[in-house]
Design a protein around this ligand. Structure first.
Ligand code: PAZ
Length: 364
């Protein structure tokens, strides 16, 4: 990076292998404690015979300075991950929900501060003092003692049924201890957590599913090239050269979680790229499913791309005589399900994946 207040140390490479990445980039300070909690959670789920899914959600950041003022961010509100996590819980899975700090979370996502603010559907009961315009005349509003008169707060009638159903599901999950959440902020946090959790979950073999919906940066600034302090603007325009984040699906599939069912997401803005890029990635990494979605239709339409289940006689040979793989695509669209006005596409995605995961566990 130019315009840095610190000397740049050349790491000698712009294409990091996963091995080089972890050998040169620092481990997040909270990693060990996070991992211990995840490990205890997994052990409890193994005892209870549950399948476990790791859901990653939200976007990673790439800090530009060690004392971070500016950073590069990846687009994702966390809707896909948080919504899917709820449906996995409903299907009996235990969920490790690894999400970007402050992005949407299962259950509470239904009352996001921007789209459905919680305070807007609460009301102070008529008849309670302070039920209308509350001002300084509301003498007890700040008195927390049990003996003090308190107004009754209720949920507005049209909101009650939905809230009750969400609250009940949330309480069941809490009582059963089937949801464990942990957070990342930077791409470095994400990579370290993903590696550690995948290795831990690999003890579960086929009962582990990985649902990688987080939006992860393809580029990063190695620690050795970062400015310690806020980059100063005095020297004119800023030129930053970022290195490529290693393609972690490769070691994930072959080393960290070879026994698991791995589902990754691919986001494109040009829909025509979805299938070719998904096939290319499956060819390269050899995991089970890629879900392609384009930015503007992601809430209504996705495509699941996976290796085709061909009988051996249909296996094709390439020009060099080597076996070539065939892929199949299935689209999920919720426009077709007009009967359900509040349908969420994640319900269908999760239903399909659970069926595929079960078939995969029971394969001979
Ligand atoms: O979180 P969100 O609902 O706003 O967006 C979800 C998504 C588009 C980030 C996700 O479906 C996805 O495609 N994740 C992978 C992105 C990538 O290609 O890195």
């Amino acid at each position: 990076m130019q315009n840095s207040s610190e000397p740049n140390l050349d790491t000698g490479s712009t294409t990091f292998s996963a091995e080089t990445y972890f050998a040169t980039q620092p481990e997040p300070p909270s990693l060990r404690a996070d991992l211990q909690d995840v490990s205890d959670f997994i052990d409890r789920q193994i005892e209870q015979g549950r399948k476990v899914v790791l859901v990653t959600s939200g976007g990673t950041t790439v800090p530009l300075e060690l004392n971070v003022v500016r950073f590069l961010d990846n687009f994702s509100a966390g809707t896909r991950g948080a919504t899917s996590a709820e449906y996995f819980l409903k299907q009996g899975y235990a969920v490790i929900f690894m999400h970007r700090q402050f992005s949407l979370q299962p259950f509470s996502r239904n009352y996001s501060h921007s789209t459905h603010p919680f305070l807007d559907f609460l009301e102070i009961d008529a008849g309670s003092p302070c039920s209308s315009t509350v001002g300084s005349a509301c003498s007890y509003s700040n008195d927390p003692s049990p003996s003090a008169a308190q107004p009754h707060i209720t949920v507005k009638t049209p909101e009650r049924a939905a809230l009750l159903s969400i609250l009940r599901a949330y309480k069941v999950v809490q009582a059963e201890g089937t949801l464990h959440t942990l957070t990342f902020v930077t791409v470095n946090d994400y990579l370290y957590l993903l590696r550690a959790i995948s290795k831990k979950m690999n003890n579960m073999g086929g009962k582990a599913m990985y649902y990688l919906a987080a939006a992860v940066s393809d580029f990063f600034l190695p620690r050795q090239k970062m400015s310690e302090h806020k980059i100063q603007s005095g020297k004119g325009s800023l030129h930053i050269e970022m290195d490529q984040v290693p393609k972690i699906l490769k070691p994930m599939v072959s080393e960290w979680a070879p026994g698991g069912f791995i589902v990754s997401f691919k986001l494109e803005t040009d829909q025509s790229l979805l299938i070719p890029k998904a096939r290319q990635a499956l060819e390269r990494y050899g995991h089970q499913v890629i879900i392609g979605n384009d930015l503007h239709h992601r809430k209504h339409r996705v495509v699941l791309v996976s290796p085709a289940k061909l009988p051996p006689s249909d296996t094709k040979l390439g020009p060099d005589g080597a076996m070539t793989r065939e892929y199949e695509e299935s689209w999920i669209e919720i426009d077709a399900l007009l009967s359900a006005p509040h349908k969420e596409i994640e319900e269908e995605i999760v239903k399909e994946l659970v069926a595929r995961h079960d078939a995969w566990i029971n394969r001979t």
